[in-house]
Design a protein around this ligand. Structure first.
Ligand SMILES: C[S@@+](CC[C@H](N)C(=O)[O-])C[C@H]1O[C@@H](n2cnc3c(N)ncnc32)[C@H](O)[C@@H]1O
Length: 206
């Protein structure tokens, strides 16, 4: 589901960018490590601010990024034009990266999902797609808004989100290993009432 105007303004505001740059990205990098020279995909890239952090802060050599919103993709393309062919940005859904990016199985060292999966009606399909495109040992960096936040009156009044079948932090974390994505004790997932942030690694079955 696309963001409404109020959420879009908040997500793209200075304070949110500062939070991403000075708190979330360093924390995710500390938890899951950097990916120097790696190939990453970002689902729900919005206007591309997170994509830039993946390149500059995480050290990815190439990032493919996808978002459902053509206007966001246009902004991301403008923001990231200086990175040339290190970045590829497409309109499409996180639930079908083959259609959006021709993403093959096992093709990426890392997937980043920064506040996107709670926007996806079939959020389990998005997690399944994360697992499909990661190589064994590849890492999923996530930061998500939980049902607790979505149920707050202010959230319900101000922002458009799917209403049915949303996840709690626990529900999100329980879903990951169903797709071969395991959290490592060293990485210690952060769970606040309203958010869940962490890293999981794709481990081959058996
Ligand atoms: C809260 S914004 C986060 C944007 C960006 N990751 C950031 O942190 O600034 C959620 C984004 O997910 C996108 N989105 C929603 N459903 C999607 C889907 N099924 N596939 C890809 N992107 C989606 C929206 O268009 C929006 O840009």
């Amino acid at each position: 589901m696309l963001m409404d105007k109020v959420e879009s303004a908040l997500v793209n505001s200075g304070p949110r960018r500062a939070l991403q740059r000075f708190y979330e990205a360093p924390l995710l990098a500390r938890l899951g490590g950097r990916i120097p020279g790696g190939r990453a995909v970002e689902i729900g890239c919005g206007s591309g601010y997170g994509t830039r952090l993946i390149l500059d802060r995480f050290g990815a050599a190439w990032v493919d990024a996808v978002d459902l919103d053509p206007r966001a993709v246009e902004s991301a393309r403008l923001r990231l034009a200086g990175y040339g062919d290190r970045v590829r940005i497409a309109v499409g859904s996180a639930t079908d990266l083959r259609a959006a990016l021709e993403a093959e199985d096992d093709g990426y060292d890392a997937v980043f999902g920064l506040a996107i999966i709670h926007h996806v009606e079939d959020w389990r399909a998005a997690i399944a797609e994360v697992a499909r495109v990661l190589r064994p040992g590849g890492r999923f960096y996530f930061e998500e808004v939980t049902l607790t936040a979505l149920n707050r009156p202010t959230y319900r009044r101000l922002f458009d989100h799917p209403r049915e079948d949303r996840f709690t932090a626990g529900g999100f974390l329980v879903e990951l290993p169903r797709h071969g994505l395991y959290r490592d004790e060293r990485w210690r997932t952060r769970i606040g009432g309203d958010y869940v942030l962490g890293v999981a690694e794709l481990r081959p079955a058996g």
